[in-house]
Design a protein. Structure first.
Length: 419
């Protein structure tokens, strides 16, 4: 196998598995991810001068809590709608759902409709994760391409701030100090409800040392839809699922030592193979891709020194074998904290009151992507036609937003508007 092929085989997943905080996330789902870092400014009332708050953290910081968003449910019709033909249309700037003989015009703004359709039309279920690649010590937070650089992506980012109570309730502002809102959201003025905050965070404080991971998801939700008045009604809400990874420290250390032995072998043989062309920045532990690229460029030397390349390839194979280990082979166990997840699930309506813009948007992502998946399965011809009609529709009614990829607890001066 060539070094070039080995480069492709080395995966980010392996390095996560060997970290102290073990996270398992399908990184490949974000192949359309963003290419630049961006920070979001949020006004926070706890700063008396009303300065902006830039929130930025490394991907594995924040009290060892790891989190992301994933939506995968499929909504099915309630019993009295079984057998009814259901179709979608977008004509004259109007989104319409036809169920049997009834035409419904849902109140789903265009800035949400288009990204959600793109999300439902893709093979991916993951919407957002802070566990992206790292550039210059800073993580590139990853979004599904449908939520990249738009307001709905910003709302996903905000919903991920569950463990930062002083920020979760608020709405970001732009450089002019104006709330970042769509026209359809203008009715809302941020306000921290102390009673709701106490209920939400008292629940989490009791369990704060038990979980290291939460997922905003609709997995295993029996999602249904029906007609209520002139509206499409959904039954079943997304929720935060809390998990704990149980780690066998001895097993993890053993794997680390084994991996380090292979890295050392690669380093020593690369130094012997490249001689003066080897520099410190080609350390395989921190720059494997760069090292393999240089080795590939000098592969003609292999004829004169085949042993070094043989040992390098052998160590690459061993690292890949470690990468393929199943969780149980690594003595890892992810335990769903069902009691905490179920009790916190009851707080969904409180979360919607705590920050209506964020959690209404998240609810729409979950409900409508589940509904669109049903149409995609049961009426693919109509679905494809509907998607094509939206392809050239321009999003209106919402500001253009550079979706944030990091956050940090520092303040910067910014112009603000009075609340």
């Amino acid at each position: 196998m060539t070094v070039k092929k080995q480069t492709k085989k080395l995966s980010f997943h392996f390095f996560l598995k060997l970290s102290v905080i073990l996270v398992f996330f399908p990184y490949s789902q974000f192949v359309f991810g963003q290419s630049s870092l961006n920070k979001v400014k949020l006004i926070n009332e706890y700063f008396p001068d009303k300065q902006s708050l830039i929130v930025k953290e490394k991907a594995n910081v924040n009290d060892n809590i790891i989190h992301y968003s994933s939506f995968q449910a499929i909504a099915f019709p309630v019993a009295n709608l079984n057998g009814e033909n259901i179709s979608l249309s977008y004509e004259n700037e109007q989104f319409t759902v036809t169920i049997g003989r009834r035409n419904l015009t849902p109140d789903l703004p265009l800035w949400q409709l288009i990204p959600i359709v793109q999300f439902a039309n893709s093979p991916y279920q993951s919407a957002y994760t802070p566990l992206g690649e790292v550039k210059k010590g800073e993580p590139r937070y990853k979004y599904h391409f449908a939520f990249l650089d738009n307001l709905l992506g910003l709302r996903l980012f905000q919903a991920d701030l569950l463990n930062i109570p002083d920020v979760l309730w608020d709405i970001p502002r732009n450089e002019k100090g104006e709330y970042i809102m769509a026209e359809s959201e203008m009715y809302y003025a941020p306000h921290k409800n102390q009673n709701i905050s106490a209920i939400i965070y008292n629940t989490l404080d009791l369990q704060e040392k038990q979980f290291i991971r939460y997922i905003l998801t609709d997995r295993n939700i029996d999602m249904l839809f029906g007609i209520e008045g002139n509206d499409l009604k959904f039954y079943g809400d997304p929720y935060y699922c809390f998990l704990q990874t149980e780690i066998d420290t001895m097993a993890v250390n053993r794997l680390r030592n084994e991996a380090e032995a292979h890295y050392k072998s690669i380093e020593e043989n690369a130094m012997a193979f490249l001689k003066g062309k080897y520099v410190s920045k080609l350390n395989p532990r921190t720059n494997m891709a760069g090292l393999l690229k240089v080795l590939e460029a000098n592969k003609s030397n292999e004829f004169f020194n085949p042993y070094n390349m043989h040992f390098i390839k052998n160590s690459l194979d061993k690292l890949e074998e470690l990468n393929q280990l199943a969780d149980e082979e690594m003595d890892l166990n992810r335990r769903n904290l069902e009691e905490l997840s179920n009790s916190f699930r009851e707080h969904w309506n409180l979360l919607k009151q705590y920050n209506p813009l964020v959690y209404t948007a998240i609810e729409n992502i979950s409900h409508w992507s589940a509904f669109f998946r049903y149409i995609r399965l049961t009426n693919p011809e109509n679905w494809n036609s509907f998607v094509q009609k939206l392809e050239n529709v321009k999003i209106t009614g919402a500001p253009i937003v550079k979706t944030p990829t990091s956050y940090e607890n520092v303040t910067v001066k910014a112009k603000t508007k009075k609340r």
